[in-house]
Design a protein around this ligand. Structure first.
Ligand code: S5P
Length: 258
């Protein structure tokens, strides 16, 4: 039997974090559940890619620390493109340190992540202090956080017990934590409708990369595993025409919701 899905506009009303509300609303308005992982290593290439795929996506995912010529202007320009095309910026920093350290890592350094990213993510490993630290760095008003509840890579150590502990941590911080990086929906029912599930390891051709990445199709991730958003990197940015390829992934992922 087909899953009965709560529409994204209704889930916006259940979510307690402003960025989560904005994300659900934008997905409903723009009709896209595609996130592009913009893993390119030069600022101009990053901005060009964001401009090209911008019309197709709900979220642009960045790894600012792989960009060799990152400046404050890169963050400013990304925000300009986010407004132009109506998408949110997700810095995939995967914080994993004690609260006091992540405050500095998120707000300071060369990248000043909190000044341009709408949301970021963290491993739950250090305990609740990491969430409290990132909340301090960002301010709850216009930032949000995802927890890594599951990973796509072969042999990862995030087992069922760990995933459950992540879920419990998220439930303790619904003002700030609005979802998960996971391979499937990790909270069922209406309680789970208040959170967003974003899934990486998505590609139309499914052979791995020789470094442990494991791929599923957009349809498998959305229709079978009941996730909300597909995260696609190399499948799009390494293709001959990223804008056209993004449109193909977008359609498959959105059609899989029906
Ligand atoms: O479990 C994970 C979590 C993340 S955020 N597995 C992942 O691959 N990612 C990220 O998703 C990874 O850092 C990369 O930016 C993207 C997948 O890229 P692709 O080229 O394999 O599609």
């Amino acid at each position: 039997a087909k899953l009965q899905r709560t529409p994204f506009e209704d889930r916006a009303k259940l979510c307690k974090n402003a960025v989560g509300v904005a994300l659900f609303s934008l997905m409903a308005r723009k009709k896209t559940n595609l996130c592009v992982a913009a893993d390119v290593v030069e600022a101009k290439a990053l901005l060009d890619l964001a401009d090209a795929v911008g019309p197709q996506i709900c979220v642009l995912k960045t790894h600012c620390d792989i960009v060799r010529d990152w400046t404050d202007e890169t963050g400013t320009q990304l925000r300009f493109l986010a407004d132009k095309h109506d998408f949110l910026i997700f810095e995939d920093r995967k914080f994993a340190d004690i609260g006091n350290t992540v405050v500095q890592q998120c707000s300071g350094g060369v990248h000043r992540i909190a000044s341009w990213a709408h949301f970021t993510n963290a491993h739950a490993l250090p305990g609740d202090g990491i969430v409290d630290g990132l909340r301090t760095a960002a301010g709850v008003e216009n930032h949000g956080l995802l927890l890594l509840a599951q990973m796509s890579s072969a042999g990862n150590l995030l087992n069922k017990e760990y995933t459950s502990a992540c879920v419990e941590m998220a439930k303790r911080h619904t003002d700030f934590v609005f979802g998960f990086i996971s391979q499937e929906r990790v909270i069922e029912g209406s309680e789970g409708d208040a959170f967003v599930y974003m899934t990486p390891g998505v590609k139309l051709s499914q052979e791995g990369d020789g470094l442990g990445q494991q791929y599923n199709t957009p349809t498998a991730v959305i229709a079978d595993r009941n996730s909300d958003i597909i995260i696609v990197g190399r499948g799009i940015y390494k293709s001959d025409n990223p804008a056209a390829t993004a449109a193909i992934y977008r359609k498959q992922a959105w059609d899989a919701l029906a």
